[in-house]
Design a protein around this ligand. Structure first.
Ligand code: HEC
Ligand code: HEC
Ligand code: HEC
Ligand code: HEC
Length: 120
């Protein structure tokens, strides 16, 4: 093989490696929660929450496709002291992403004012 060809091959290999690193990095930035690995093909299927090709903050409907209805979600935490899904202020209307983050740390907005203990 001529020297030129070897350099060309090395260049292609380097580009391919760089591309796969870049791809991996962008997926790591958008890592999903452990409880969603099973439904998202290990975090690679972004489309279960993001319909648009350019991801936006998902509307409640995207979560409720799988989680049923707000009332169903509220039932799951009915035994939690001060049900975050059915509060005297917002009832069953507060938007999911006000408290739940998928790629970052979740935090109940209730804690802006109250000292309730939640497990998120
Ligand atoms: C493709 C289906 C699917 C979508 C879409 C989805 N989830 Fe889930 N989610 C699941 C499954 C399955 C589980 C694990 C079983 C369970 O707890 O229901 C889960 C678990 C969870 C849990 C943890 C439950 C626990 O036991 O601690 C939270 C919180 C949650 N989802 C919130 C959300 C929010 C918020 C959204 C929207 C941004 C969302 N999910 C979108 C399927 C989905
Ligand atoms: C006001 C804040 C808040 C909003 C809004 C909210 N959640 Fe939650 N959610 C929480 C907190 C806090 C917990 C954990 C409660 C605990 O167990 O301590 C939780 C727990 C859950 C769980 C796990 C319940 C279980 O079985 O333990 C699911 C599933 C869930 N939320 C889904 C949703 C979905 C879907 C929406 C929107 C329709 C939503 N949440 C809106 C605060 C919120
Ligand atoms: C289980 C639902 C879920 C899955 C799966 C998911 N996301 Fe997200 N994504 C969210 C939620 C909720 C937000 C809102 C911000 C947050 O919670 O971190 C978000 C926000 C984003 C944002 C920022 C949008 C904005 O306008 O601020 C980007 C970019 C993004 N996701 C990319 C991805 C990519 C890429 C994947 C696949 C590797 C992915 N997401 C998979 C739920 C999901
Ligand atoms: C902006 C501040 C603020 C936020 C955010 C907030 N609260 Fe409150 N909450 C208050 C104040 C102030 C009171 C007392 C005034 C009253 O009783 O009307 C109160 C009262 C309550 C009470 C007692 C009401 C009663 O009828 O006895 C409960 C339960 C409660 N909050 C739950 C929650 C939950 C759950 C969340 C999150 C979903 C939340 N709060 C978010 C400020 C807040």
């Amino acid at each position: 093989m001529r020297k030129q060809n070897i350099w060309a091959l090395l260049l292609i290999a380097a580009l391919a490696l760089g591309f796969s690193f870049a791809q991996e990095a962008s997926q790591r930035q958008a890592a999903v929660k452990e409880h969603h690995l099973g439904v998202s093909q290990n975090g690679t299927n972004c489309g279960i929450c993001h319909a648009a090709s350019a991801p936006e903050i998902p509307p409640d409907a995207a979560c409720l496709k799988c989680h049923g209805s707000y009332e169903k979600v509220a039932q799951r935490t009915a035994a939690v002291e001060h049900n975050p899904h059915d509060s005297p202020h917002y009832g069953t209307t507060a938007t999911c992403t006000a408290c739940h983050s998928e790629h970052g740390t979740s935090g109940a907005i209730c804690s802006d004012c109250h000292l309730f203990k939640y497990e998120m």
